[in-house]
Design a protein around this ligand. Sequence first.
Ligand SMILES: NC(=O)C1=CN([C@@H]2O[C@H](COP(=O)(O)OP(=O)(O)OC[C@H]3O[C@@H](n4cnc5c(N)ncnc54)[C@H](OP(=O)(O)O)[C@@H]3O)[C@@H](O)[C@H]2O)C=CC1
Ligand SMILES: N[C@@H](CC=O)C(=O)O
Length: 388
Amino acid sequence: MKLGIFGFGVVGQGLYHVLQQSNTIQAEIAKFCIKNITKPRSLDATLFTDDKTELLDNPEIDVIVELIDDAEAAFEIVKTAMNSGKHVVSANKKMIAEHLEELLALQKQNKVSFLYEGSCCASIPIIRNLEEYYDNDLLTSIEGIFNGSTNFILTKMINESAPYKDVLKEAQDLGFAESDPTLDVEGIDARYKLCILLYHAFGLITDPHTLFTLGITKINTFDIEFAQKNNFEIKLIAKAKKIGSQIDATVLPTFVDKSSILAQTKNEYNAVILESAFSESQFLYGKGAGDKPTGSAVLSDISALGYGYRYEYKKSAKSKEKIELHEDFQMRIYVRFADQQPDEADFTEVLEKYSSRYGNYWIGYISRQKMKEAQWLEIPEINVIALG
Ligand SMILES: NC(=O)C1=CN([C@@H]2O[C@H](COP(=O)(O)OP(=O)(O)OC[C@H]3O[C@@H](n4cnc5c(N)ncnc54)[C@H](OP(=O)(O)O)[C@@H]3O)[C@@H](O)[C@H]2O)C=CC1
Ligand SMILES: N[C@@H](CC=O)C(=O)O
């Protein structure tokens, strides 16, 4: 294989290192295409170009590896590569989640492989497991910690009382966070990953914007103290549950019991729990961000191209039932507020009310639709955390 690699940032360099250390892959790097040609690089300058046609128009390059931080530019690169008959490996969850249908069509039209294991939970081989191992089992739910940066931030905030701003900066310095870290802390990155996994798990294509998502930016010491008093950890949980032919999918900060497997998942580690009819509960665990862990997933895709592997998207091909996203579910939530309180009429039932000079909270049931429409959710002092 001759590889044309786009991007030499955290993941591009991680891939370079794992490729150097792996002695089983028959792949040669033709060139890296990057954005800024004047930036100093750790490798010989002849290996770099800022002209994408040098890679895309080179007939000797049969595999394009797309590892850049610009989703729209990435989509153009991937489209051109596939239309030129090249196989593509990517880790770009934003690009994949936002263009999934077009990408499926491009693979089919051009009879090429498009693999993207690194896009979901970095080193955890979740996509290929969903494609191959869970081919015939009846999956009922997939849930877990799908973002390394927020898990790193929450671990440090809760276990080490570290300030949010400092740990966000640390997550950026370690190469875990996206170039735009809002994608991480607002839960959007986890939502992209959930969208991709929804297709591989259940055959459901979803517009990422439709999934109800809350991030971790409003969590404060009052919430952390509530968690500690009640033996909880706070985790950003992405979850999709199949009820009949309907799917309930959300990304929410969630109180999880300290003894649970998800509470034990710390720092940049990710975790996925799968529930299915025959194998019942299974757990996958591994680093969800970082150079070499993500590089290893990309390497595994490159290796799979060596034996002609491609996703068959079996769930969508085999499914006889029409799977739909459904929003009419009740959620049990904790809502913390200061002077302005949430609208009680929005709640189906308020189970508990607490008030003190340090802060107030309610615990209650509310429908997803009411949550989506709630104006009070925009108030900076109001924070919602799901109760699992
Ligand atoms: N970091 C992580 O842990 C993980 C990241 N990902 C995904 O991998 C991708 C890369 O992330 P990461 O390595 O962290 O990002 P970085 O910001 O570290 O690197 C981005 C690279 O893309 C290059 N680039 C940007 N735009 C273009 C363009 N138009 N043409 C050519 N090159 C371009 C940059 O060039 P230059 O060097 O000149 O600036 C840089 O080398 C993203 O999609 C991210 O979501 C997936 C899993 C984990
Ligand atoms: N920013 C992402 C990187 C991996 O996907 C994360 O923190 O999980």
